[in-house]
Design a protein around this ligand. Sequence first.
Ligand code: SAM
Length: 328
Amino acid sequence: MTPPIKLLDGCGRTVEYLRLSVTDRCDLRCTYCIPPGFKNFVTPSNWLTFDEIERVVGLLARAGLKKVRLTGGEPLTRPGLSDLARRLRLIPGLDDLSLSTNGTRLADLAGSLRQAGIARINVSLDTLDAGRFRQITGRDALANVLNGLDVASEAGFTLVKINMVVMGGINDDEIDAMVKYCAERGFILRLIETMPLGKAGSSVRHVNLQPVKQRLQQRYGLIDGAVPGGGPAKYLVSPDGRFNIGFITPLSQHFCASCNRIRLSADGKLYTCLDGQASLDVGALIRAGTAEADLMAALTGALQSKPVRHDFGGPRSGENRVMAAIGG
Ligand code: SAM
């Protein structure tokens, strides 16, 4: 029997988590994510088909991939997403299928996504104020998102994480209101530091979350905790164990040494780092009819270029990279 291939990068880190972007398009225009007037989206005919996605994920799973998160752009704008989820769920070796969404279409789709086998959802929500929501996202859709969250809870999503990107002077005064909202509903709040990715990511004021963490720790008597998931968040939990807050701090305390993630863009480019250059055009290889063994060798070989750490704030920060295109 051939020994199992391991997804090891050039620094010896084991890769077991794929963030799979199913579209780079989004029905929101969050100021920190997509630059104003951005039009350079991938033509849908260049998106990987569900068959192609299944093939790549199947190969990676044979080599040790365990977790897949569907993301984008906004994944719920890709038609047939539940069908894709159902297909991925059947791939041997994958033990975790999750979804990141902005929640605008969750009310319509939560039931079918749950039935398709998606276990966990993360919903982006930066504010509970309708005017601010419009200012941040460019759309009047807060009520849709809040309704979507209620419907998702009713549909059986018991582990819901709320991702709040904290922006200086925009929503950093709303953290306590968000703690209250999440605690009342049993959602897990995750506070995220802005990443200066491209023009959009650099356009908002970064907030160092370390002092915020200390303040919340003291105010609510929080202690170190842990929550299921494959990501980089560090959690604090209330003494009764009923409320968790996660902190994702790529700048004030980066977590690259334990990074277990790779990303596949909608058009099939493999990224080994969120801030990095695409390291392999998987879509082109598939469409050129590359044989299974060669594709596997290309995938595992591409991991060698995974950088030691991100370069946010470094010389490439000004380049026009777009989070929605890479699959945040
Ligand atoms: N549309 C989905 C959503 O809203 O969750 C998935 C894609 S979105 C790009 C994934 C996550 O990236 C969201 O939580 C979003 O807030 C975050 N994000 C986008 N740009 C960011 C930036 N510059 N800094 C920090 N987080 C960012």
